[in-house]
Design a protein around this ligand. Structure first.
Ligand SMILES: [Zn+2]
Ligand SMILES: [Zn+2]
Length: 345
């Protein structure tokens, strides 16, 4: 018995005939209006209520993408080929003409649709907070009773702060930004959009430079009936710096780093690693810093002592030879000048 299409009465294998199936199926549906929200400051686009990281897309590229995103195709539309023609029809208006070719259950099909697009420019939360001088935390970096932060430490901290704020932002934290960095008496203030960033940053500084961290918080108001705090993270740099050369228990050491309250040191002569307590770190004699080393030419030497040429006066001078240092006359070594003579590093 031959089946009949109940819509048009034509013979069919079963159910509706292919023609009626095609006529009754919505192959393409598209939105009546697409709104593209873009930050006028950083170019970030808001998608489903969330601000995206800005890339270098132009407004046209974003409008084009938004029109494609607003298009939905029937899942049985095979090998769809989409052509999109975007026309600017006003200062903030575009019209996308879309043509879709493909096949549906073996029949070639072609569909058209038109999507109006409206561009809405506003400032994203990050840009509006930055413009509004918003901040959640301040990292205060300071020297101590015996020394201020050095120029070099301040420069390194500024760079680290910038790198950490950038990577936090690229990692998805919109409040990861630096509101301001200012050099103040005795150190540096870094004013930040997020407390989380401030804590991470303060910990990184303590790991790198040693010292103590003290966090305090102040209630500054209420938002959505929740208390809003601002935190201050004070990092006090220790007396010793990386690279400092110290005389400790009869040997010379250089400061290699910090671990909690301990100062990690390496002996200059044998490269032996050791550590020094907080008390010793406060009192040990500092002879110089490895970063002040200069090149000096070796004149002669034996197993224990090198005769070198003073890099400033060009006079001969003597320095203890580090064990395993392979160097001969005419070659250069790095030396640090101290009150007690030269130290080879
Ligand atoms: Zn039919
Ligand atoms: Zn923005």
């Amino acid at each position: 018995m031959q089946a009949i299409c109940h819509r048009c009465g034509q013979p069919t294998v079963e159910g509706l005939c292919p023609q009626c199936t095609l006529e009754m199926t919505k192959l393409v549906s598209c939105s009546d209006l697409v709104e593209v929200v873009i930050c006028s400051v950083c170019g970030s686009r808001q998608i489903k209520g969330r601000w995206q990281l800005p890339d270098n897309s132009s407004v046209e590229e974003m409008a084009h993408q938004a029109a494609l995103d607003a298009l939905s195709l029937h899942k049985e539309l095979a090998e769809p080929h989409i052509e999109l023609d975007l026309r600017k029809v006003g200062a903030t208006r575009y019209l996308a003409n879309i043509n879709i070719d493909g096949s549906f259950r073996g029949q070639s099909v072609s569909e058209q649709c038109e999507i109006p697009i409206r561009i809405k420019l506003m400032a994203c939360d990050r840009c509006s907070r930055m413009a509004g001088k918003y901040f959640q935390s301040t990292v205060q970096l300071r020297g101590n009773a015996v020394r201020s932060m050095t120029k070099r430490e301040i420069e390194e901290c500024k760079k680290t702060a910038q790198d950490m704020a950038d990577s936090g932002y690229h990692g998805g934290d919109h409040l990861s930004f630096i509101q301001e960095m200012k050099e103040v008496k005795g150190g540096l203030d870094i004013i930040l959009g997020s407390t989380q960033l401030g804590r991470r940053m303060a910990r990184a500084f303590v790991e790198r430079f040693g010292g103590k961290l003290l966090e305090t918080a102040k209630l500054v108001g209420k938002k959505d009936s929740r208390d809003v705090f601002r935190s201050t993270l004070l990092v006090r740099f220790p007396r010793l710096k990386r690279g400092d050369i110290v005389s400790f228990r009869g040997s010379l050491f250089s400061v290699a780093g910090f671990d909690g309250k301990m100062t990690l040191i390496t002996s200059l002569r044998e490269g032996r690693r050791s550590s020094m307590s907080e008390e010793n770190s406060e009192t040990v004699e500092i002879l110089g810093n490895k970063s002040d080393a200069k090149a000096a030419m070796v004149i002669s030497g034996d197993e224990n002592v090198l005769e070198i040429m003073d890099p400033e006066t060009y006079r001969a001078a003597f320095a203890a030879r580090p064990r395993d240092l392979q160097v001969g006359p005419g070659e250069e070594v790095k030396v640090v000048r101290t009150a007690d003579g030269f130290i080879v590093i």
